[in-house]
Design a protein around this ligand. Structure first.
Ligand SMILES: [Zn+2]
Length: 749
């Protein structure tokens, strides 16, 4: 009844799934405030999916942006181009369907972990029977590594499923010869390539195998696999280059760093320290008993593989994972030293070999007397009970409440959430918040606050902490530097970007150096707020507001102008319209509406002639008057602002305009919005980027509600772009004004 192929053992699979679920679903809905590396990944991949959803798949090109917490659009430096994008995309898809919640994010790795248990069971069952499969799957499910990192929102559980799934299909294909299995296998491997770098190592190991083995030499398959790797990497490189021009150099720098000997804080790690650390963590996270069983099972597999083809295949699978994990852990020394979950894939060979060892024991018992059989049964149950108990306990030890103030003192569990909420309410979207705690980088607080947060305990650095301070760029650079090796010119870029960003501060008053920081703070609003009973000083420096004036040329333009006026009304923004006399005559009612709704108007010539600069004085003045008269008869207002068509103006024109009481108004930036072929996205992007990179605090933006004297020229691209331009600039703290507030001269005479 309990034979190695008995159907009874299917129950074992469900027991393994039950044990897994029990541990993996623990704290299923909890916020990201737990764990050393566990919730770190949960928060940053959730942020990546959050960014993909709010910026759109098209704008992000699907590239992750796991460490960007600022306003849209995401700047090139906000993209995280060091990892394949599939995990972030799957998470974004789940958020889109189920909503952005912690449990939704956790559901992804947990589902994959459970599927992983099923696949491992199926693979072992095919080769060594369902009893061995149950022993292996149970061992897999109770290892601390799986209990903890099987629920971490990261690549490991997902990639493991693609790998095991691919191997399962490979086995079926070898047995049945069905093309379907072969295609499913290739699909699984491609998914693995797009999930994590380890997928590449895995596929490379397989192709080397197919090139070299005597029994199953298949150079065509090997070449196909290599081709898939090359194609994927080329596509990936193109994808990241799309959003970040220096992405390639950045990736190379990242690889160099990960294979280097640097520890987390920059100190060198010796082979000795490294080896000690790796072996210690491997024992803790995989369980000494499981290792012992794996060694016995490994010997067994080696001994019997000659006679037993399925067993040989199973041994080969285990060997693949040993080679894969060892290669990764040794070559990417820094990765394996910093991230304990780099050793994750060792659990597969341990589970397979350990399961085989227990199966061997069970077979030996079967041939013995009933008394010995009972003893064997008790021994096996005892071993598993011990594994469940200690695995569970060890798993719990690996969790740790992430403390932001002092890692050694307890703090309220909801402090991160509450403090984030206050930070989010207090500071506008583009504020970079500096604080005097939270020194080791963790994204949890930033995720909930949705603000970039930097940390400094040095009072000297706070002294300069106004919006355009050197300090700010220093801190920001330091933070970015932790993740990417910035070169000198990239550092300049980061500094430049900082100029348009506001700064705020949160000072934890319980920190020993808080008084010195308070003394060093530049002028600004200070407010003490107690969060969960802990006192913080919230500080906003005094900064004059950044002003932008929207100007619309070549109108009024009938319906297009009306639609623009509707948008401006809805957004409560006032703009300046430079009108053509000829169009004012066509649309007197629209002209009146512009003025009635509080916007400012100016003169933009009568008919947008390109001859104005060449005209005799009298003719030029006549054109200006002609336009002026149309405006006066429609509105009763004598405009003071004059904007020359195309911005072409000669000293003589300037002279005459001055004599006529006009002020020449040009612009600081624009997009090719007058061209029908410019998409709304491009207009938004150009206007935002040009505004952000502008050096002035007051800027005039040029847009067009008309197109010189043409009639019914489509203006839909501007109309679609306008609300987004307004929203994005508002989010960055810009204030919308008319030209009057920038020139400080009344618009009418
Ligand atoms: Zn014009």
């Amino acid at each position: 009844m309990f034979g190695s192929n008995s159907k009874v053992w299917v129950v074992g699979l469900f027991v393994a799934l039950g044990l897994s679920s029990w541990a993996l679903f623990r704290n299923f809905e909890a916020p990201w405030i737990d764990g050393v590396g566990i919730d770190f990944n949960g928060a940053c991949w959730s942020q990546s999916a959050h960014n993909t959803m709010r910026a759109g798949l098209l704008a992000t090109r699907g590239v992750p942006s796991a460490f960007y917490f600022g306003p849209l659009p995401i700047p090139p430096s906000g993209y995280y181009t060091h990892h394949p994008p599939l995990l972030s995309l799957m998470l974004a898809g789940m958020f889109a369907v189920l909503g952005e919640k912690e449990w939704v994010a956790r559901l992804l790795p947990i589902t994959f972990s459970l599927v992983g248990v099923v696949l491992l069971w199926a693979i072992i069952k095919d080769c060594a029977g369902s009893r061995a499969a149950t022993f292996g799957a149970l061992l897999f499910a109770v290892m601390p590594m799986e209990l903890v990192y099987g629920r971490m929102v990261n690549f490991e559980p997902v990639n493991l499923v693609w790998m095991l799934g691919g191997l399962f299909c490979l086995r079926r294909w070898e047995q049945t010869g069905g093309r379907g299995w072969r295609n499913w296998m290739l699909a699984a491997f491609v998914l693995s390539l797009w999930t994590a770098w380890l997928g590449y190592m895995f596929v490379l190991i397989l192709s080397v195998h197919f090139f070299t083995t005597r029994h199953k030499r298949d150079p065509r398959l090997a070449l196909l696999l290599l081709g898939l790797c090359v194609a994927s990497i080329v596509l990936f490189m193109l994808q990241i280059h799309w959003v970040q021009p220096n992405a390639w150099q950045d990736c190379v720098a990242a690889v160099r760093r990960w294979i280097s000997r640097k520890g987390w804080h920059g100190s060198n790690v010796t082979w000795n320290d490294w080896g000690w650390w790796i072996s210690r963590t491997l024992v803790i996270r995989i369980h000494p008993m499981a290792w012992a069983l794996a060694v016995i099972g490994g010997v067994w597999l080696l001994r019997y593989q000659r006679k037993d083809e399925p067993l040989r295949w199973l041994g080969w699978v285990a060997l693949c994972f040993v080679v894969l994990s060892a290669f990764y852990v040794v070559v990417f020394r820094r990765a394996s030293y910093v991230h304990p979950y780099a050793q994750f894939y060792f659990i597969v060979p341990v589970a397979i070999a350990g399961g085989i060892a227990v199966e061997a024991l069970a077979r030996w018992c079967e041939s013995q007397s009933s008394c010995a059989r009972a003893a064997g049964f008790v021994a096996i149950v005892g071993v598993y009970a011990w594994l469940v108990f200690s695995g569970e306990r060890q798993g719990l030890v690996l969790y740790r409440h992430f403390r932001i103030l002092d890692p050694n003192k307890p703090e309220p569990a909801s402090l991160i959430l509450e403090l984030s909420r206050v930070i989010n309410e207090r500071f506008p979207e583009d504020t970079t918040v500096i604080c005097n705690f939270f020194v080791d980088y963790q994204p949890q607080l930033e995720y909930y606050a949705q603000r970039t947060i930097l940390s400094s305990k040095s009072p000297a650095e706070w002294t300069d902490a106004t919006s355009e301070a050197e300090l700010f760029s220093k801190l920001r650079w330091r933070k970015l530097h932790r993740r990417r090796n910035l070169k000198a010119d990239e550092r300049t870029n980061v500094t430049e970007g900082a100029k348009n960003t506001q700064v705020g501060g949160v000072i934890w008053l319980g920190e020993p150096g808080a008084k010195k920081i308070l003394a060093a703070l530049p002028a600004g609003l200070r407010e003490q707020i107690n969060v969960q009973g802990i006192p913080f000083c919230f500080w906003t420096p005094v900064v004059s507001p950044k002003l932008v004036a929207l100007t619309f040329d070549d109108g009024p333009y009938g319906e297009a102008t009306n639609q623009i006026l509707d948008i401006l009304k809805e957004e409560r923004v006032h703009a300046t319209f430079f009108l053509l006399g000829i169009n004012v005559e066509k649309y007197p009612a629209v002209t009146k509406r512009i003025v009635n709704e509080g916007h400012v108007i100016g003169n933009h010539s009568y008919a947008h002639s390109h001859l104005l600069g060449y005209m005799p004085t009298a003719d030029f003045q006549a054109d200006v008057r002609h336009a002026e008269n149309s405006i006066v008869s429609a509105t009763g207002l004598h405009p003071r602002y004059y904007r020359p068509p195309w911005g072409w103006h000669t000293p003589s024109m300037d002279e005459q305009l001055k004599d006529m009481g006009y002020v020449v108004i040009l612009w600081d930036l624009g997009a090719k919005d007058y061209d029908q072929g410019t998409s709304p996205e491009t207009i938004v992007e150009e206007v935002i980027n040009n505004t952000l990179s502008g050096k002035k605090r007051e800027q005039v933006i040029l847009l067009h509600d008309g197109r010189d004297v043409q009639i019914a020229y489509p203006r839909q691209n501007v109309i679609q772009a306008l609300p987004r331009i307004i929203d994005q600039l508002k989010a960055r703290g810009y204030e919308f004004v008319t030209v009057e507030q920038i020139t400080h001269q009344s618009p009418y005479r």
